[in-house]
Design a protein around this ligand. Structure first.
Ligand SMILES: *Cc1c(COP(=O)(O)O)cnc(C)c1O
Ligand code: SF4
Length: 353
């Protein structure tokens, strides 16, 4: 069924800057009701703010299509058994999480170009203000084991370009930091954000990676492809974190097409995240066996370049672990019985020393 008033990304829209597009976002129940029947969603929006910029909204073609489900509030968000912060990220109220010795994650912003309904930081997106980052910078300076800084959020590329430049300069000046990683969804949700000015600010630094977030082939457009090209051409490598989501991409054909398309637009699939038990996102969850089956079907059918690691975040701050389909069926007297991607059995002899 088509929307009441779908949005066409027409010539006039194409001329607009990212800031003007953001200013025309759907941010209330009334805005949403103009485009579709949204009965009952007021209560959902009160709990979890809505924000859909017109570019991303224009990718919605139908009620409940994959872009719709990621951005339009759903009554099911209120039927939840999960807690808001299962990974105890908010143990302190600081702006950073230092879980692994060599890398630190800074929450630079609580704003995004779209408030994704499945977000793992749903508790704070579009709600709280993130504190100034001086404490994070001081901490990184004092911790010499940190070699990589991950700018996360919210979306770091929602920051003002000038402010971002200053932040990156500060980090570049810390000798023991060799790599900066930016986790941003704008390549998918607002590719217009990749302006020439931003590309200049990001390029010519120490090692800088951008890890973006696409979940469905419908999100890959000529605009996202162009934005990725601009960054790659300036020597900025791109990766993608995808979230396995029920009703959106929990299907090996859709997933395969997504990863293949990502590689085509020069984005390396990095992680496929198992959906986290986050309050208000229960309706997106699937079992691990389903994810393993998808990974198994992709191997052999797709180039290895197209295959990400399937990851599970452990509760209580246990960190991430990779989930792998079981290929080794048996070990006996130094001989492994192994099943290949086609279900055929091979025997592999290990060295006896
Ligand atoms: C996921 C995560 C990282 C990054 O982990 P990688 O496996 O290197 O991608 C770093 N810090 C925190 C707190 C994280 O949750
Ligand atoms: S862009 Fe990322 S941080 Fe922002 S709402 Fe979506 S998933 Fe969450």
């Amino acid at each position: 069924m088509a929307l009441l008033r779908p949005l066409n990304f027409n010539e006039k829209m194409k001329m607009k800057s990212w800031r003007d597009l953001m200013a025309e976002s759907i941010t209330s129940y009334n805005d949403l009701s103009f485009h579709m029947d949204s009965k009952g969603l007021e209560a959902v929006i009160k709990n979890y703010p809505i924000l859909i910029n017109p570019y991303y909204f224009s990718l919605i073609k139908d009620y409940n299509d994959p872009v719709f489900k990621q951005s339009v509030p759903d009554l099911l968000e209120l039927q939840t058994k999960c807690i808001s912060d299962p990974f105890v990220e908010d143990k302190t109220d600081s702006s950073f999480i230092h879980r692994y010795p060599d890398r630190i994650l800074i929450k630079t912003s609580a704003r995004c170009a779209v408030n994704c309904r499945h977000c793992m930081r749903k508790r704070e997106i579009g709600k709280k203000e993130i504190p100034l980052l001086d404490d994070a910078i001081d901490y990184i300076k004092s911790e010499k084991t940190i070699s990589e800084v991950i700018l996360s959020g919210g979306d770091p590329l929602m920051l003002d370009t000038r402010y971002l430049n200053e932040l990156l300069n500060e980090l570049d000046n810390i000798n023991h930091v060799s790599t900066i990683r930016i986790h941003s969804r704008v390549l998918c949700t607002l590719p217009q954000r990749i302006t020439d000015n931003l590309v200049n600010v990001l390029s010519g630094r120490k090692s800088l990676y951008i890890i973006t977030h696409f979940n469905h082939p419908n999100e890959i457009t000529e605009y996202s492809e162009e934005a990725c090209g601009k960054l790659i051409n300036k020597g900025i490598p791109l990766g993608c974190q995808t979230v396995l989501l029920r009703g959106i991409n929990n299907n090996h054909i859709v997933m395969g097409e997504l990863f293949k398309e990502l590689v085509r637009i020069k984005v390396k699939p990095y992680y496929l995240h198992h959906p986290d038990p986050i309050k208000g996102t229960d309706h997106f969850r699937v079992n691990i066996s389903e994810g393993l089956e998808i990974m198994k079907r992709l191997r052999g059918k797709l180039s290895g370049l197209c295959i990400p690691q399937y990851m599970l975040e452990l509760p209580d701050g246990g960190g991430k672990i990779p989930l792998l389909p079981e290929y080794i069926k048996k070990r006996e007297d130094g001989v492994l019985k192994i099943e290949n991607y086609n279900g055929e059995i091979y025997y592999y002899k290990e060295p006896s020393n």
